[in-house]
Ligand binder design. Structure first.
Ligand code: CP3
Length: 352
């Protein structure tokens, strides 16, 4: 490779190799907390911006330029592939994805087309441009591709929008398991195809977001969720890029999410990182998990808590520093800049 990525601290940690410093990036590092994002998004809808290669490229690069984080995450959304195959949906500001005709029956599932690379020319173009640009930033910065895991994407399709209880989603799981299995199989294919396009165009790692998987218990996770997350992760296994798997409120599921086929398990901020590491075990690395609200605390309080996270991370196979969920839109970017610098400067002792 001539990209310089062989020196990437993020990729070394993702593969379980020794690192020059603790790598750091932030979930939702691109987006509303950045004035430069609000400026380029003026008058442009969220989905529209996710289908414009030039905007995708610019927005993905913004936090990398500003913070010098160890990885870029592709700017898109977990529901973008559904939009690309023709599902009638929108992303409403302050609300999230809203689906016009929620999925209820087997016929509804069968009406959703499979995703092919022809649906996503703007993704391929944006990834290729980004990989070229990122090669020249800080000696080579890797790009993380991502997709939504089947459960989380299914929850939007079945509920028609964001949900607190996931009552319709669970009603389908428990009451119409054949419809549920068909829906999960459909989405697994779409998410796998979305990831494949990104990796084949040059993304160096992937993250599978199962943000709302914490809504189910362990037994239901094993029966109704994990097999399809595993299918997505194994389908891109041959491409050889590290795989990160993350869910909110997933403390009870961490070992199972690892067993779905992740190299790195993202730990939500509610879990003590040391406990998360114990649950995940020595075979996989961890990512996380500073409470995203700590950026609103005085800087020395935030950095003291970040130090605790880094210290706890030493007992893991490898540790990628992140927040324990996405950047909150009202976050002051200057605090994230200070946090990035703090993590980079934090000494790595060799008593691991
Ligand atoms: O910087 C990055 O992390 C990359 C971009 C990214 C977005 N969405 C952009 C976005 C990523 C990785 C996602 C994934 C995503 N989308 C998830 C999983 C991550 C998580 O937060 O748990 C989920 C659950 C979604 C669905 C979704 N899309 C939600 C809940 C929202 C927020 C609703 C709101 O307005 O509060 C969106 C919209 C969205 N996706 C925005 C961004 C930057 C905000 C849209 C805007 O700027 O108007």
């Amino acid at each position: 490779m001539t990209t310089g990525l062989e020196h990437s601290a993020f990729l070394k940690a993702a593969r379980g190799e020794a690192v020059p410093h603790t790598p750091v990036w932030f979930m939702r590092q691109a987006g509303r907390s950045l004035p430069e994002y609000l400026k380029v998004r003026e008058g442009v809808g969220m989905l529209e911006s996710c289908m414009n290669a030039e905007l995708i490229t610019e927005i993905t690069l913004q936090p990398v330029r500003r913070y010098g984080v160890d990885a870029a995450i592709f700017f898109s959304d977990i529901v973008l592939p559904l939009k690309a195959v023709g599902v009638d949906l929108d992303i409403k500001p302050g609300v999230g994805p809203v689906v016009a005709d929620p999925v209820c029956t087997l016929a509804d599932v069968e009406a959703i087309p499979d995703l092919t690379p022809e649906h996503l020319p703007f993704i391929t173009e944006a990834v290729r441009t980004l990989v070229g640009e990122l090669a020249g930033i800080n000696g080579g910065t890797p790009l993380i591709g991502f997709a939504g895991a089947p459960f989380t994407v299914a929850s939007y399709l079945v509920e028609g929008g964001p949900s607190k209880e996931y009552a319709k989603t669970k009603a389908m799981m428990y009451g119409a398991p054949e419809v549920w299995d068909a829906l999960m199989t459909k989405i697994a294919g779409i998410s796998a195809a979305f990831l494949r396009v990104q990796v084949e165009a040059g993304a160096s790692a992937i993250q599978l977001f199962d943000s709302w998987a914490g809504a189910v218990n362990r037994d239901d996770y094993v029966r109704f969720v994990q097999p399809w997350s595993a299918r997505v992760l194994s389908s891109i296994g041959e491409l050889g890029v590290p795989k990160i798997h993350f869910g909110v409120n997933s403390g009870e599921l961490l070992d199972l999410m690892g067993e779905a086929g992740a190299d790195i398990v993202g730990v939500d901020w509610r879990v003590r990182l040391a406990d998360g590491i114990e649950r995940i075990g020595p075979e996989r690395g961890v990512q996380g998990n500073l409470d995203p609200t700590l950026v609103f605390a005085p800087t020395e309080v935030m950095t003291a808590r970040a130090a605790e996270v880094i210290e706890a991370g030493r007992t893991a196979r490898s540790h990628i520093f992140n927040l324990g969920h996405g950047v909150i839109p009202s976050t002051n970017p200057d605090q994230l800049a200070r946090l990035t610098d703090f993590v980079h400067a934090y000494p790595l002792t060799d008593d691991r």
